[in-house]
Design a protein around this ligand. Structure first.
Ligand code: KIV
Length: 264
């Protein structure tokens, strides 16, 4: 880790944009770290992209530990942040500290927790005091899919944007070092960003946030079950994997693989 929470705060202070991208395995983490990504997030989106679940709810602390360890091993420069999975930090503060601490022991430099309540504020405060930096997550929070009633844009009205800003300010006061804003209209996210001292990270919240985050499988064009409107595809890994597997399959079946150079 060369990038720390202090570097992230300096970016905000200097009005410098930074990048956040998810990774779930060692080699992807290594390559995106070498590409200069500032924060590598082991997002619980891996429940869908890597494990094939329909939502993020099914993934647990043991799986997140394995993916965190793999990613952390590949990273030399970026700040490594792990998503705390559903119900791993909600029951009581000591369980939250224990579970978040496990992620730090497995190589993360910080954790991300979703939502807002008096309890979450207390958890952020106690985690930070325990040496665990916390990234908040407001707006659309996938772990609250059932209470929010679906994938809905949040903070659409002036009052709703004010409410998110109020929550963000409380999280900032409790010690959060940054806040993801997911599926928030660009103008609301701008207003929130301008009124915080810690950086905001846009996940479909427009260009005025201090940083952008995307899911690596969307960026690489690998995950094809669905792609959110705000994601940009920079490659076509799905086709690449298909082509490679197809050529290999053909070569094995036609006897072209292995060649003389590939045998002992
Ligand atoms: O799970 C995830 O990947 C996330 C980001 C997209 C913010 O929470």
């Amino acid at each position: 880790m060369a990038i720390t929470v202090n570097t992230i705060q300096k970016y905000k202070n200097n009005n410098e944009k930074f990048s956040v991208l998810t990774a779930y395995d060692y080699s992807t983490a290594k390559y995106i770290d070498e590409a200069g990504i500032d924060i590598i997030l082991i997002g619980d989106s891996l429940a869908m992209t890597a494990l094939g679940y329909e939502t993020t709810h099914a993934i647990g602390i043991d799986e997140m530990k394995i993916f965190t360890k793999a990613v952390a091993k590949g990273v030399k420069n970026a700040l490594v942040v792990t998503d705390m999975p559903f119900m791993s930090y909600h029951t009581d503060i000591s369980t939250a500290i224990k579970n978040c601490g496990e992620m730090i022991k497995n190589g993360a430099n910080a954790v991300k927790i979703e939502g807002f309540s008096e309890y979450i504020l207390e958890a952020v405060k106690r985690l930070t005091q325990s040496g665990i930096p916390v990234m908040g997550h407001l707006g659309f929070t996938p772990q609250f899919l059932n209470t929010l009633g679906g994938y809905k844009i949040q903070g659409k009205t002036h009052d709703a944007a004010e409410e998110i800003l109020k929550q963000a300010k409380e999280l900032e006061k409790a010690g959060a070092f940054s806040i993801v804003l997911e599926m928030v209209p660009q103008e609301s996210a701008k207003y929130i960003t301008e009124n915080l001292t810690i950086p905001t990270i846009s996940c479909g919240a427009g260009r005025y946030c201090d940083a952008q985050v995307l899911v690596c499988d969307d960026v690489f064009g690998k995950f094809s079950d669905f792609t959110p409107k705000f994601a940009r595809k920079y490659g076509d890994m799905k086709s690449l994997i298909f082509e490679c597997a197809k050529k290999y399959n053909d070569d094995v079946k036609s006897g072209k693989f292995p060649s003389d150079a590939e045998v002992f």
